[in-house]
Design a protein around this ligand. Structure first.
Ligand SMILES: [Zn+2]
Length: 128
């Protein structure tokens, strides 16, 4: 696993960004979920999407559905042009996310999802 090429020293990275992002960021799991490695990358991902219906950018996040007990986080978005809604489901069961979260939470950390971490689907590795 290689790290992101982002040229930052750790103290410049905001707390919602994982300094240990990997190339698996935003890859898809076999279940079709988007790999998230911390909180910030999810809104970053949304900001790069355009509406499949009308092609408009940006999509606005309307709601967050906490599915941590499933190792998932869902963001519901709406196109600001045609008002179509889209849901994006992020995988937070992966080891990179959980290690980052555990480090942030310290003794408060509890793992809500007790299944095995989901793996990147190598066949959907280069989805962008
Ligand atoms: Zn649209």
């Amino acid at each position: 696993m290689s790290q992101s090429s982002k040229d930052s020293t750790p103290h410049d990275i905001p707390p919602e960004v994982n300094p240990n992002r990997t190339d698996d960021l935003w890859a898809l799991t076999k279940e079709g979920y988007i790999i998230a490695e911390e909180i910030a990358c999810q809104t970053e991902y949304i900001s790069e999407q355009s509406c499949p219906n009308c092609g408009h950018t940006p999509l606005r996040t309307m709601a967050q559905i906490n599915r941590a007990f499933q190792g998932l986080n869902e963001l519901v978005t709406r196109c600001t042009n045609c008002h179509e809604t889209y849901g994006f489901i992020f995988d937070i069961s992966n080891a990179v996310y959980q290690a980052w979260w555990a480090e942030r939470m310290g003794v408060m950390y509890t793992r809500l999802y007790d299944g095995a971490p989901r793996q990147v689907d190598p066949n959907q590795r280069y989805f962008r």
